[in-house]
Design a protein around this ligand. Structure first.
Ligand code: PMP
Length: 454
């Protein structure tokens, strides 16, 4: 593990935190109830505070530091680009932007060969929806319950997490349907094959009742991430592809979280042999060293905007610092076999390790995932599968998960906890020794969850 630098200084940490509490308004939080950790530095799979505590990052922050912290090649690329050209409007052709687009297009499936750059995932989703509506001339977009697509206007309404607020007015034309998820099947299927068939039939029925001629797009996360890392059954995505083709519906795969190595392939779609019409990406494209996202566009949809303008854009689309970090990240991932590492560690260490842990802990209902993209579904009882905490629990109702997370942190592991799940999503660069270290801490911390089983 790396040596923390700078030297721990609790007084500095306290000052950083006091200033944060005075002036920073945090995401997704009751401002008065949070206690953010003051971070002093990070390297590889670790970060540390000012008090001498170091954490193995099993969250990859927000599942984005696929290449780990402070990769020297990426840091150098940003530094060099800053010295050369910090900013230029999207309308110009520049070397790093062209190169980033080429490297991405080479890796996306099929003919997704044109790249529209954004500053992150939500903007990618907004623009994919805009493209689909312009292309088809149709208004509606279908998305799945138990999904996350971002926190901007269209993206948050497409999001099918079990959460709704008065600010999110169910924007005109968004229709939700159920995707497949055998462990908590809305179709009460007996096996994966039945779940796949029933989920596809349900989608067909939804389309029939909405009217296919009114549907611009179906958007799905290839492997839904935030809502629980639910690997779709074989045949499901191919089935959705076929339905989209039949009705002239644009198929959008959201690979913001699952893309760029997370699942052990460059894109999760590679596992299923499916090519969407539009593919959204962000996070792993440059591990978040500079904000970047985008939409990879099929030849057919790109051609639609050949002789008429695409009415959309962003001041910082294809920002040189972001593109330079993407070029360096993708090249380093290829040179250092980082995607292959994610596949191997997942298959040989994390998957088997989690399954073994699950057998010994009454609170672990299901283990699912692939690559470095895993979830433990925590339950009150393996028999009933009742979630360890209710959806959207906070305060005392969320105590079991809060205790589990605290136990992880005491052990030196930073977990990704969401509702009744903990996700095991370390950087794609994680070594076997680091993965085993993390699993051992997780194993011990799960006793805190076990204490709440019945
Ligand atoms: N789509 C997916 C699948 C995501 O996981 C996320 C972020 N968690 C987003 C979109 C939104 O990305 P951003 O936060 O960069 O706007």
């Amino acid at each position: 593990a790396p040596t923390p630098s700078p030297t721990p200084d609790p007084a500095t940490g306290a000052a950083v935190k006091a200033m944060d509490r005075a002036h920073v308004f945090h995401s997704w939080s009751a401002q008065g109830l949070i206690d953010p950790l003051a971070v002093a530095g990070a390297e590889g799979a670790y970060f540390w505070d000012y008090d001498g505590n170091r954490y193995l990052d099993f969250s990859s922050q927000l599942v984005n530091t696929n290449i780990g912290h402070q990769h020297p090649k990426v840091v150098a690329a940003v530094r060099e680009q800053a010295a050369k050209l910090c900013t230029i409007a999207p309308g110009f052709a520049v070397d790093v932007r062209s190169e980033a687009a080429r490297l991405i297009a080479e890796r996306t499936p099929g003919d997704l060969d044109k790249i529209f750059f954004t500053n992150g995932g939500a903007e990618a989703v907004e623009n994919a929806v805009r493209m689909a509506r312009l292309h088809t001339g149709r208004p509606k977009v279908l998305s799945a319950y138990r999904s996350y697509h971002g926190a901007t206007a269209a993206a948050i309404n497409l999001t099918g997490d079990p959460r709704r607020w008065p600010s999110d007015t169910a924007s005109a034309g968004v229709v939700h349907f159920w995707g497949p998820f055998l462990y908590r099947s809305p179709f009460h299927s007996a096996d994966e094959r039945q779940e796949c068939e029933r989920a596809l039939a349900h989608l067909e029925e939804t389309i029939a009742f909405e009217g296919p001629q009114s549907i611009a797009a179906i958007i799905l996360e290839t492997v839904p991430g935030t809502a629980g890392i639910m690997v779709p059954p074989p045949g499901y995505l191919a089935g959705v592809r076929e339905i989209c083709d039949r009705y002239g519906i644009v198929f959008v795969l959201d690979e913001v979280m699952a893309g760029f190595g997370r699942t052990g392939h460059w894109f999760a779609a590679d596992h299923f042999g499916v090519t969407p019409d539009l593919l959204t990406f962000a996070k792993g494209v440059n591990s978040g060293y500079v904000p970047l996202g985008g939409v990879a566009i099929s030849a057919r949809i790109a051609a639609d905007f050949d002789q008429r303008p695409y009415p959309g854009g962003l001041t910082y689309s294809g920002h040189p610092l972001a593109c330079a970090s993407a070029v360096a990240t993708i090249n380093a991932m290829a040179e250092e076999g980082i995607v292959e590492n994610a596949a191997e560690i997942g298959e040989k260490v994390i998957g088997p390790g989690l399954r073994e842990i699950a057998e010994r802990h009454p609170s672990v209902g299901e283990v699912r995932g692939l690559g470095v993209f895993w979830a433990l579904d925590l339950v009150k009882s393996k028999e009933t599968r009742e979630p360890l905490v209710p959806y959207n629990a906070s305060g005392p109702a969320n105590q079991p998960m809060a205790e589990f997370a605290a136990a992880c942190k005491r052990g030196g592991l930073w977990p990704f906890v969401n509702m009744n799940r903990t996700h095991v999503v370390p950087p794609c660069t994680i070594t076997e020794a680091e993965a085993k270290e993390g699993l051992a801490i997780l194993d011990e911390a799960l006793s805190a969850a076990d204490a709440h089983t019945v």
